[in-house]
Design a protein. Sequence first.
Length: 148
Amino acid sequence: MVALRVDTCPLKVAKAFVSEHHRHHKPPLNHRYSLAAYKDAELVGVAIVGRPVARAYDPTEIVEVTRVCTDGTRNACSKLYGAAAREAKRRGFKKIITYTLETEPGTSLRAVGWEREAKTKGGTWYCPSRPRTDKHPTCKKWRWGKEL
């Protein structure tokens, strides 16, 4: 059995992987850091970590995993979530969060010690003063977190 290895990667590489493999999201515009999972020398998954999307969170204390995407390699998601939390702690953050669709069980997150914190109401970012076209799921989501 070949062990998975996680290392930092450029945002450009992570975004290209998300564009090719993610089932319902485009890549985010920016990041604080990105990680890549490798099986031998093959890129099998990425995690992109950035500022929290919700304005209520202090971006000096909390980071958000805005994308995790794999090619289906076993344990790659868990490996990336675990590495993202360790890197956030190393950088001095106090907490890391992410969101999953209401229909996703969060098995990879539970496996590395994250806790399901709350269900969000979902919805659109559209408002008359700033019209937007939703290109992402607007269903309810689970917020997951890990104190660091």
